[in-house]
Design a protein around this ligand. Structure first.
Ligand SMILES: Cc1cc2nc3c(=O)[nH]c(=O)nc-3n(C[C@H](O)[C@H](O)[C@H](O)COP(=O)(O)OP(=O)(O)OC[C@H]3O[C@@H](n4cnc5c(N)ncnc54)[C@H](O)[C@@H]3O)c2cc1C
Length: 378
């Protein structure tokens, strides 16, 4: 239990069955209905001082931050798994369902809207989960405090899982809406991942505030540094979208810098929007890194190996293009609309807009390739 104490928020171990501790009825929920959820009430509950976690009062929020790296990563994995479970129902279904004289799986209007983009978003989320988990495994010294990374992983994968599960209902048409075909259950079960362990909006705020601090501390270089890493990768392998990811990160760095000079984060919507853009840029960069490692045969043995290096490279190229396009369009809408024209023009000039537009070349071809991978047509 996290409780307010005179010294600040503190965690206590409260055993089941102590006098004054009770719980409400099981809630009748939208999803995860096999998991019992109920309110917990405390009335004059007494606990001994040795039940205070860590023995020092007022450490509750710091202790909570320490575990968020793990717990948010866990919820991220729920979102990822549910999204894939839904797509893995839609993929075989569309091989068998004949419409307009051919299986749905052969129709770009179907696969490139309902299947491929969701697979790419999920794999960006997975790459981020794996990268963060690997860092936690290696972080013997800092107690695994990966709060921001946990937030990014959760945000990307829970949003992607929900989109994928919703698309799977659409992909099954009328059957998708019935209970028998399961995808409506996945959609209901995925929904909680955008709410508990911190809502998506709270994730946007956390991501934005935390990375904002890095932007300030590095005098605006945090994402330029990450872009340099991408440029280095691009020098070694120009097939994994690293060049596009670099433009994306540089555009993000300039967006943050304009937000700083124009004091735009006083608008909460801008602060949250930056969190969304940061997550997508970092997610794409993470998938690019995974594709690079896969090509070198250097993936962690714990990494998921459903997709080979070529498939990961195509997905990374798509993710990098999507993230880059998102950043320049959202930045010009939200930042551009709030600043003087000269500042907007300056931001546009520094955002690699023509390069990002040109980097979209080959997008449809890559989506065709990923569809072939998913439908095992290669
Ligand atoms: C099935 C289930 C299991 C749960 N299990 C646990 C558990 O084991 N332990 C536990 O402690 N809790 C648990 N919870 C609680 C859960 O973590 C919270 O419901 C969740 O964090 C959202 O908080 P809230 O319900 O108070 O919503 P609110 O904070 O009221 O949020 C409502 C809406 O407002 C937005 N919002 C909130 N604050 C801001 C802000 N500052 N600026 C802008 N928008 C904002 C939110 O994003 C959301 O969209 C569980 C909830 C459910 C449904």
């Amino acid at each position: 239990m996290l409780a307010k104490t005179p010294g600040g928020p503190s965690w206590f171990v409260v055993e089941k069955g102590v006098p004054g501790l009770s719980h409400g009825k099981p809630e009748d929920k939208h999803g995860i209905r096999a998991s019992n959820t109920s309110t917990v009430s405390l009335e004059d509950v007494y606990v001994d001082a040795d039940r205070l976690l860590g023995g020092v009062e007022g450490q509750g929020l710091i202790q909570a931050q320490l575990v968020f790296g793990y717990t948010r990563l866990m919820v991220a994995a729920f979102g990822l798994g549910t999204g894939w479970a839904a797509l893995d129902r839609a993929i075989p279904y569309s091989k068998d369902r004949i419409q307009g004289g051919a299986p749905l799986s052969e129709k770009q209007g179907y696969t490139h809207k309902l299947i491929v983009p969701n697979a790419v978003l999920l794999e960006a989320g997975r790459a981020y989960i794996e990268e963060t988990a690997e860092r936690i495994d290696g972080d013997a010294n800092d107690g695994g405090n990966r709060n921001t990374e946990g937030a990014i992983a959760k945000y990307l994968s829970s949003e992607a899982g929900n989109l994928a599960a919703d698309a799977a209902i659409q992909a099954l048409g009328g059957y998708g809406f019935t209970r028998e075909y399961m995808v409506e259950k996945y959609k209901r079960d995925a929904r909680i991942t955008r709410i508990y362990e911190g809502t998506s909006e709270i994730m946007e705020m956390t991501i934005s505030r935390d990375r904002w601090q890095f932007h300030l501390k590095t005098h605006g270089q945090f994402y330029h540094d990450m872009a340099r890493q991408m440029e280095e990768l691009h020098g070694k392998n120009n097939q994994i979208g690293a060049g596009t990811a670099a433009y994306c990160l540089r555009a993000l760095a300039e967006t943050l810098e304009t937000a700083r000079t124009q004091r735009l984060t006083r608008h909460q919507h801008i602060l949250f929007k930056l969190g969304e853009l940061i997550a997508h840029a970092e997610g794409a960069a993470s998938l690019v890194k995974k594709a690079a490692r896969s090509k070198e045969g250097a993936l962690s043995p714990k990494a998921y190996d459903r997709f080979n290096a070529d498939a990961l490279a195509a997905m990374a190229r798509i993710a990098a293009r999507d993230a880059a396009a998102k950043i320049i369009s959202e930045s010009s809408r939200w930042i551009g609309s709030l600043v003087p024209e000269t500042v907007a023009a300056e931001l546009e000039k520094k955002s690699f807009i023509p390069q990002i537009h040109r980097a979209q070349a080959g997008l449809l071809e890559d989506m065709d390739y990923v569809a072939d991978v998913l439908y095992e047509r290669l």
